[in-house]
Design a protein around this ligand. Structure first.
Ligand code: ADP
Ligand code: ASP
Ligand code: MG
Length: 464
């Protein structure tokens, strides 16, 4: 199969869509049948990024037996998939050697940092942490390239570190858009024009001085959207394990319905508040560059999925409910003599100094509550806030968000929502736009709250 004519299509495969040799073959067949000129972006094999994060923690705690065992298991998993894909052919030995090389490199880096953890505060661990996390995509791309070649597709693995240029901000890789677009065009366009299918790791990039960075969990969607935007692809297809974006997570709400079409604003809102089927930054990027995103099920590729359209202005209104766990609530109460004047500004100055994005906020005259969705900087932030005010911290929270265009303009909506939630403890309520309203509940109560809201607001109708 040769490609090389027609419009560029970015195909992104999530972890379950490349979770075994069989799934890799399925993904390769989808690429072979792509109606345009494909560029492929791949996640790590399902479960591998979680295991690599655990491995990193073991190493950081000095559990050498633990991390070596886990690394060996990850190595074995990929070699097994490779053997399943290729039998004993020559592809197997070449790809096998590359897998060994990648794993060996991580082993050496971990040994080195373990022997000499002292340089800088947390520096070497942070650096090696990204390298470890990136191993999943480093390996899955070798496997998918092999699977594609076996399907007769002329595929070539391109290191995403050469394409996605990021800054290093507070331990995270933040892409430089224009530079990334330029690099993507320079690296990928000649291949695409020659009919070769580039295969890139999602989720990873590099700084100018060559440090590996990762883009945050679920970041492969983000890579795909950036590549699509760079190459002017009309559409980026996100191949995953559900039929598309539903009115709620179908794994939690059995009655969730597929949304065939969605506007970008709604998609960003849903993604941001926990519908992990699409990464919020992916939707934002695609929106800015007029690239449509289509979410499709690689297990049922005959279905149409969900189209997120840049130009969707009207049409039936959408309602959906998302939730996100692992949220921390911080309450800050100004001390009596510490005047309200300028208080909020000082609170937010602390957060900005630590590069901590705030999620939900609610304020009164003397106190402010807000949520954070990560704990990395928590102790430092709380320490600084305590200089200004009394601070309380509650972990184990979840946000539940109802998203819908024109949501709160509809008479009776808030009443319906509050009736559903009346017997739960709601720790904070926040409505920042006409499109969504969020509640903070205890994490273990979130799925039930989502189910009940879904039943009341969506299954019982009244939205269309
Ligand atoms: P991938 O590995 O393909 O990137 P993810 O696990 O990141 O897949 O995202 C797909 C999952 O997102 C689904 O399996 C589903 O459980 C979850 N999900 C959460 N909210 C929604 C929603 N509103 N619609 C569809 N899926 C959702
Ligand atoms: N492998 C990464 C993760 O599990 C990135 C992704 O899958 O999008 O978060
Ligand atoms: Mg994902």
């Amino acid at each position: 199969m040769t490609h090389g004519s027609g419009q560029v299509r970015v195909y992104k495969f999530g972890g379950t869509s490349v979770g075994s040799a069989e799934r890799m073959r399925g993904a390769a067949r989808l690429v072979a049948g792509c109606p345009g000129t494909p560029v492929v972006v791949v996640s790590a094999v399902a479960g591998v990024t979680d295991r690599l994060e655990a491995l990193r923690t073991l190493a950081e705690k000095g559990n050498e037996e633990g991390w070596r065992g886990e690394l060996e298991a990850i190595r074995a998993l990929h070699l097994e998939i490779l053997a399943d894909l290729t039998g004993e052919g020559s592809d197997a030995s070449e790809a096998g050697a590359r897998i060994e090389e990648q794993v060996g490199e991580i082993r050496t880096r971990l040994e080195r940092v373990q022997d000499d953890p002292g340089e800088g505060s947390g520096g070497p661990w942070e650096t090696v942490g990204h390298q470890v996390a990136a191993l999943g995509e480093d390996l899955s791309t070798i496997l998918l390239e092999t699977a594609l070649r076996q399907e007769g597709v002329g595929a070539l693995r391109i290191d995403a570190r050469e394409v996605v240029r990021t800054d290093w901000q507070n331990g995270r890789g933040i892409p430089r858009d224009e530079e990334t677009y330029r690099r993507a065009r320079a690296a990928l366009t000649p291949l695409v024009e020659a009919g070769t299918v580039p295969v890139l790791q999602g989720y990873i990039g590099a700084t100018e001085d060559g440090r590996t960075t990762t883009l945050g969990r679920g970041g492969s969607d983000f890579t795909a959207a950036m590549v699509g935007a760079a190459l002017g692809a009309p559409e980026v297809t996100i191949w995953t394990d559900v039929d598309g974006i539903h009115t709620s997570d179908p794994r939690i709400v059995p009655g969730a319905r597929l949304l065939p079409e969605l506007g970008f604003e709604e998609a960003v809102e849903l993604a941001y508040f926990g519908a992990r089927v699409i990464h919020p930054a992916a939707a934002k990027h695609a929106a800015a560059r007029n690239v449509s995103l289509r979410i499709r099920n690689s297990f049922a590729p005959d279905r149409e999925g969900t189209l997120i359209r840049a130009d969707r202005r009207e049409g039936p209104s959408v309602a959906a409910i998302a939730h996100r766990g692992g949220v921390v609530l911080i309450k800050v109460r100004s001390r009596p003599l510490f005047m309200a004047h300028g208080f909020l500004a000082r609170v937010f100055e602390v957060l900005s100094r630590h590069h901590v994005p705030v999620d939900l906020v609610a304020t009164s005259h003397t106190s402010t509550g807000f949520t954070l969705d990560r704990e990395e900087e928590l102790d430092a932030v709380v320490g600084d806030l305590q200089e200004l005010a009394e601070v309380t911290v509650r972990r184990g929270m979840a946000t539940v968000t109802v998203v819908g265009s024109g949501l709160l303009g509809r008479p009776g909506t808030t009443g319906r929502i509050f009736r559903v939630l009346e017997d739960r403890s709601v720790h904070l309520i926040s409505q920042a736009s006409d499109m969504s309203v969020s509640f903070l509940v205890d994490e273990d109560e979130a799925p039930e709250a989502v189910r009940r809201l879904h039943e009341e607001l969506i299954e019982q109708g009244g939205w269309e």
